[in-house]
Design a binder for this molecule. Structure first.
Ligand code: FDA
Ligand code: NAD
Length: 432
């Protein structure tokens, strides 16, 4: 049993949706030549909604409202759209092996799907506590968050726990955004993570302090510099408490775990060149892997960043998924016209009424600026390396201000005096 396509997009997440739109815009295929194979039962959607709008107690986002590509203020690609465009959606279908030499994929249902050109958009999976030696994270009131099924489980857990206690494990993106959502749903939150402060991969201690104080003012308790060792459960298997390394018990009606991800590369290990340091599939500036018929995009791809002198990075953010996907399609359909990708790394988050953006790389010396004291804040930081701006963070900026800091990073603006930079703050970027 089998089907043959010219183009196959493996994975049905953010990158897949943006790749499909790019194919349709460029008209580079005939009906029935392009398919998306996804383990998920629904057409591609904007994953960031799952830790934000989807968790709101009222007026929550629901499909079909947040299919791609509404996150970039573009067309809403419903199942009907794919049908109209002649793009086959092979949903609820997991690919269990790939043969790059033969250009075939084998699905869990036993079908062999062949391609001429493959775009790998398999994204990533949430790390499980079991991988850190902690057992029992399959309990019905322990929630991870990567897909719609996870989000539904989380919503149900929140509904049955109003006024109760939640423990959030992990102080990264999922931890911070879910903690805010839990508070909004009137659930008391304790966050537990091993680092000295939240968002350790990006925030400086000073930036983290602002958000931690803000969260504390919303009733969140932080337990930092430690990890959990086990769960206490009742006779039905539900978690009732989280037990920490120092023996402390934190009562819990539910637990949310966000302890990082691993890129879904396993189907291609031993067949394509990997970027070991980044844990992803290595691609060139055309998003092409070591096999010229295979491209990789989104969370799974490790690609060269021109701005960082060609340094290879794997980014875990939606803007990168959207842009790398579009770039791969351009490179496939119009290789001679498509230059190597020139991407400015961009991350953002929105929690409560706060909203920040970050551009570039957080390396070098840090200079903070702005007002860190207000509850409607406007502050930020520049990272400076070899007298040049390498990264910029801004909370509470206007569209023009975000644009200005992004341009300063893009241009690697020269810094003559660090003290002056701190005093000038946003003005430095605006005057650039
Ligand atoms: P993505 O994970 O979206 O899609 C992968 C797809 O491949 C899935 O459909 C999966 O089922 C499928 N798949 C994998 N293996 C398969 C197999 N063997 N067979 C078939 N299908 C397979 N970023 C940001 O910049 N700002 C934000 O606010 C947020 N917020 C956010 C919230 C939450 C809850 C999450 C989980 C993530 C974010 N992100 C984010 C990160 C962002 O969503 C992420 O970078 C993109 O979704 C990556 O897009 P991809 O298409 O690469 O993977
Ligand atoms: P993360 O890498 O942001 O944070 C992981 C956190 O796990 C660390 O900060 C650390 O505190 C914690 N941790 C690690 N090991 C631990 C252990 N043994 N015990 C307890 N805590 C431990 O990952 P995440 O928060 O799980 O997010 C998953 C993915 O979703 C990431 O790729 C992220 O980029 C993406 N995401 C992005 C956004 C955004 O960009 N706004 C929002 C949500 C999710």
């Amino acid at each position: 049993m089998g089907r043959a396509f010219v183009y196959v997009i493996l994975g049905g997440g953010v990158a897949a949706g943006y790749a499909a739109l790019e194919f349709a815009r460029r008209g580079g295929y005939s009906r029935g030549e392009l398919c998306i194979i996804s383990e998920e039962a629904v057409a591609p959607y904007e994953r960031p909604a799952l830790s934000k709008g989807y968790l709101l107690p009222e007026g929550a986002a629901r499909l079909p409202g947040f299919h791609t590509c509404v996150g970039a203020n573009d067309e809403l690609l419903t199942t009907k759209w794919y049908k109209e465009q002649g793009i086959e959606l092979v949903l609820g279908t997991k690919v269990i092996s790939a043969d790059v030499r033969r250009k075939t994929l084998l699905t869990a249902t036993g079908e062999t799907i062949s391609y001429k050109t493959l775009i790998i958009a398999t994204g990533a999976r949430a790390l499980k506590l079991e991988e850190f030696g902690i057992q029992g994270s399959d309990a019905e009131n322990i929630c991870y968050l990567r897909n719609i099924d996870d989000a539904d489980k989380l919503v149900n857990a929140m509904k049955s726990c109003s006024g109760g206690n939640a423990v959030v494990i992990g102080g990264g993106y999922i931890g911070m955004e879910c903690a805010a959502a839990l508070v909004t749903n009137k659930i008391r939150v304790t966050m537990v993570f091993p680092e000295k402060h939240c968002m350790g991969r990006l925030f400086t201690p000073k930036i983290a302090e602002y958000y931690e104080n803000y969260y504390t003012s919303k009733g969140v308790t932080f337990v930092k510099g430690t990890v959990l060792t086990s769960f206490e459960k009742d006779t039905t298997g539900k978690v009732t408490a989280v037990i920490l390394k120092d023996g402390k018990h934190l009562p819990a009606d539910m637990v949310v775990v966000g302890i990082g991800i691993r890129a879904n590369t396993s189907l291609f290990e031993g067949q394509l060149v990997m970027s070991m340091e980044n844990g992803g599939i290595k691609v060139n500036g055309q998003m092409q892997t070591s096999d010229s018929s295979v491209y990789a995009v989104g969370d799974v791809a490790a690609f060269p960043i021109k701005l960082f002198d060609g340094d290879i990075r794997r980014l875990e953010h939606v803007d990168s998924a959207r842009r790398t996907a579009r770039h791969a399609v351009a490179a496939i359909l119009e290789p001679s016209k498509t230059r190597d990708i020139d991407y400015l790394p961009f991350f953002y988050s929105r929690v409560f009424t706060l909203s920040w953006q970050f551009y570039g790389d957080n390396v070098g010396e840090v200079v903070h600026f702005g007002d860190f004291t207000s509850s409607s804040p406007r502050f930020g930081a520049y990272w400076v390396n070899k007298d040049r701006i390498t990264g910029a963070f801004l909370e509470g900026g206007s569209r023009e201000e975000y644009e200005a800091v992004s341009v300063a990073v893009c241009r690697k603006a020269k810094v003559a005096n660090m003290d002056e930079l701190g005093k000038q703050g946003l003005e430095f970027a605006i005057q650039e």
